[in-house]
Each structure stands twice: as structure tokens, then as C-alpha cells.
Design a protein around this ligand. Structure first.
Ligand SMILES: [Zn+2]
Length: 217
């Protein structure tokens, strides 16, 4: 199975457990699960339905503040935003709205308003989304192309450290997690897109567009 982000073929197996196989791309360093291990759409939605009751959970808001706080420092007063993959309870968008930035909501299962993907935004958040993508090769350039000049893509996903840590990593055990990024993968994307890349804490990344027409349009 070629890499689901960059298309590189013949990637070695990185890890194998009793349920799945994980390959690691030699080019972009994405660790990915081959498609025959993926959940069906129904099984996937059933997993997400289990995570419904987050909206007023202070712990969850604190978790998301690791994205919203630095994001609010980087956007202008009238910036227009999209929460991509917001899930059943769009807590991040609620927190941004409370701070003065109402956002559009898109989610393939819960808010499938595809027309929102035809617009331009000043910032797009994707928290706990990237690890679920069947085709990061399609979705990530699509998000990047939806950003205006100086637009910011704010993502949160847990990063792969090394093979030994991966073997014991609980994050890989969620059957809906099929893509595992690392710092190298974000450096690959930043190079491809000529984006400014910031790592904020352990698992929050901001990719910002230049002023001109550079990037993956
Ligand atoms: Zn790759």
C-alpha cells in the first residue's frame, strides 16, 4: 500500500500488533494503516458517537485551549474560520465564538455541508482529525487551498516519536486512527507548501501561508 499522504510506494512495516499492520513512509514519514484494516463508515461513526458528551466538560475545554489560545493570538479581529471535522459537539468552535470569532462547522458525519469547503477562510482548525483521514493526500491540500494569504491551518494530533514508543502507544490502538504524523511529516508538508511551521507544545502545529501566491493552490 503506497503512502496515503505522499504516494511513496514500497514502504516498510513499522509495527505490527495483533489487530493491524502499520507502515512508515520513507519520504514523508507518515505512519499509516493499510485500507483493509479501516473501519466502515458505520463503524467509524459509532466510535465518534461515543464521544458526544464533551460540550461542557472543563477538562476537554482545557485540552482544546492548547489550540484556541495561541490561535487567538495569531488571527485578526474579523478573521473568518472553519472548524473542519468538528465532530458531534463542536466545542472548539463554541470556545472561539465566546472569544469573538464565530466559525463555520464542517464534519463529514455531523455537519456535512460541502458548500463550506468551496469558501476561503483566514483560519481553519482540525483538532483530532488528521489521525482519521483516509486520504490525507486529498484533504490536506484541499484545506490549504481554502486559506487566504496569511491564513493559518491549526492542527492537533498526537505525534509519533520513535519505533520503541510506538509499540506501547495507546493512541495507535483506537481502530479509527489510521494516520500517525510526526514532526518530520509536518516539515515535509511545510516544505511542499512553503508554509511557516510552528510546533506549539507536543501535539499542536500551526502552518501559515505566505503573503503572495506561493503554496499549494
Ligand atoms: Zn509519504
Amino acid at each position: 500500500m503506497p503512502c496515503t499522504l505522499c504516494g511513496q510506494a514500497d514502504n516498510p512495516v513499522y509495527h505490527r500488533d495483533k489487530r493491524r499492520v502499520y507502515q512508515r513512509c520513507t519520504r514523508c514519514h507518515l505512519v499509516y494503516v493499510p485500507p483493509h484494516y479501516w473501519l466502515s463508515a458505520e463503524q467509524e461513526k459509532a466510535e465518534y458517537d461515543l464521544h458526544q458528551n464533551h460540550t461542557d466538560d472543563e477538562g476537554y475545554r482545557h485540552f482544546l485551549s492548547r489550540v484556541t489560545a495561541p490561535l487567538q493570538q495569531r488571527i485578526t479581529a474579523n478573521a473568518q474560520g472553519l472548524d473542519f471535522g468538528c465532530g458531534p459537539g463542536p466545542v472548539l468552535a463554541q470556545m472561539m465564538a465566546e472569544a469573538g470569532w464565530p466559525m463555520q462547522l464542517y464534519d463529514i458525519f455531523y455537519y456535512p455541508k460541502v458548500e463550506l469547503l468551496q469558501r476561503r477562510y483566514d483560519f481553519i482548525s482540525a483538532t483530532e482529525v488528521l489521525e482519521h483521514l483516509h486520504s490525507p493526500a486529498t484533504v490536506l491540500p484541499q484545506l490549504w487551498a481554502m486559506l487566504n494569504a496569511r491564513g493559518c491551518l491549526a492542527v492537533m494530533t498526537k505525534l509519533v516519536k520513535d519505533q520503541a514508543a510506538f509499540a506501547h502507544w495507546h493512541y495507535k490502538n483506537d481502530p479509527s486512527h489510521i494516520c500517525f504524523f510526526s514532526q518530520e511529516t509536518f516539515h515535509y508538508l511545510a516544505g511542499l507548501w512553503r508554509a511557516e511551521l510552528e510546533f506549539i507544545g507536543n501535539d499542536v502545529m500551526f502552518l501559515t501561508k505566505g503573503r503572495g501566491h506561493e503554496g499549494c493552490q
